[in-house]
Design a protein around this ligand. Structure first.
Ligand code: SAJ
Length: 396
């Protein structure tokens, strides 16, 4: 249930390992494209595999579920206005499969979910189908793949599998062992739910530490890149990289699933979120100040190059990108200064007119590095330009 960035690759990989799959999605265009062998998501190497399993009759897509032996809920869990998790898609997908459930079936939630969601969905299932109590297997099994490396990681990463009962855990492990070569770690559903939130919150907190250091170092006149490299020479220190904020659909979202339910206990996690959000705001302010300084000094408006729109290096994914947010903020207050927007991994964008990175670098008075794409690292340092390097291209 759900043919998105995780559901579709999981369906394809399982089909490739011999499982008969019906991929269900409420979006008819996704269903149509999938059946035609067109991958509607961005993932290297995946389209050829999709075509192979569709051709072999191991996978087809549909807008409606049908009778199966195992059901996997892989739909988005966004948050509502006040950073409250929204499990309505998980609930809708669950309600859609309830009529098809039969004794001995497996029901697994993969969607990132607040603690207790699996129990909550079990209650809904049994309130509609009380005769299935103790007769079906219910588990939670989060994914941990890194976009861009999904084919490898879906198979090789270890996975945590938490059933509502030990029998459910075992049944789910049996399923995943068909295509996962990493170790399958059994636990209960609540621990597995929390484990997913913990992994991404851990990364968020670590990135926030690096971002906080960058703010301190900027004020103290210390090169944060040199500082981190030196501190990391300690055998038990491993500081991550500061950047222009944290983007994507996971790390900037999942910690709120903890803070919403445990506001008194999750101060560090909440602060990390704030620091990472603030970093994008801080970067935008830095650019605006550099523009004003340039204008005062040179009595003309600067040409500004904004280098990178993607949410992390070497991908073309612009969703929830702090770089994109900063470019929009700067454009809103640029007073007609010329802004050259660069994203080497994207051909066209419907909002931003894109410029080639060499051309923009050459032409700009102020160059702002937002995403550490590899090609930027070959650009020469230029003393005649104001360079705001938020992602460590030159590490100066
Ligand atoms: N970032 C930094 N500094 C760093 C590392 C990352 O600023 O040192 C930024 C990136 O630029 C980006 C954001 O953090 O804006 C997130 O990037 P990421 O590469 O850390 O993670 P995602 O969002 O692509 O994928 C994460 C992964 N989780 C962990 O590494 C704990 C992945 O394994 C999960 O499967 C994925 O979230 C998910 O779907 O939950």
């Amino acid at each position: 249930m759900g043919l998105g960035y995780i559901g579709l690759p999981t369906a394809i990989i399982a089909a490739k390992h011999g499982v008969d799959i019906v991929g269900v999605d409420i979006n008819p265009s996704v269903v149509e494209q999938t059946n035609a062998g067109h991958l509607h998501i961005i993932e290297p190497g995946m389209e050829a595999m999709l075509q192979e399993v569709v051709k072999a009759g191991k996978l087809y897509a549909s807008t409606l579920p049908e009778v199966a032996d195992a059901y996997f809920i892989v739909v988005p869990t966004p948050f509502k206005g006040n950073h409250e998790p929204d499990v309505s898609y998980v609930e809708a997908a669950t309600r859609a499969v309830i009529p098809f459930l039969k004794e001995g079936d497996l029901y697994v939630i993969e969607s990132t979910s607040p603690i207790g969601t699996t129990e909550q969905m079990a209650e809904i299932i049994f309130s509609e189908r009380p005769e299935l109590k103790d007769k079906i297997f219910i588990a939670y099994c989060p994914e941990r793949v890194l976009p861009g490396n999904v084919i490898y990681e879906l198979v090789h990463n270890d996975r945590v599998i938490g059933g509502l009962t030990p029998e459910s855990t075992e049944k789910a492990m049996e399923f995943y062992s068909q295509f996962v070569q990493g170790t399958l770690h059994p636990t209960n559903a609540r621990t597995a739910e929390m484990c997913k939130l913990t992994e991404n919150s851990s990364r968020d907190v670590q990135i926030a530490f690096a971002n906080e250091l960058s703010l301190i170092c900027d004020k103290a006149g210390i090169n944060v890149w040199e500082l981190i490299a030196l501190a990391n020479k300690h055998p038990r220190v491993n500081i991550l990289k500061p950047g222009c904020g944290v983007g994507g659909h996971c790390i900037a979202v999942d910690p709120y699933f903890i803070t919403a339910d445990f506001p008194m206990e999750s101060k560090l996690i909440a602060d990390a979120r704030e620091i990472n959000n603030y970093k994008a705001f801080w970067c935008a302010e830095k650019v605006k100040n550099a523009m004003l300084e340039f204008e005062l000094k040179h009595h003309r408006k600067p040409v500004i190059a904004m280098m990178g729109l993607a949410f992390k290096p070497d991908i073309d994914d612009l969703r929830e990108s702090p770089a994109k947010h900063i470019v929009s903020k700067v454009m809103q207050s640029c007073n007609n200064a010329e802004i050259l927007v660069v994203e080497p991994n994207v051909k066209n964008h419907n909002v931003f007119k894109l410029t080639d990175y060499n051309e923009a670098y050459e032409k700009a008075d102020i160059v702002v590095f937002l995403t550490a794409h590899k090609p930027f690292k070959n650009l020469p340092w230029r003393n005649d330009k104001v360079i705001l390097d938020f992602c460590g291209i030159f590490k100066k």
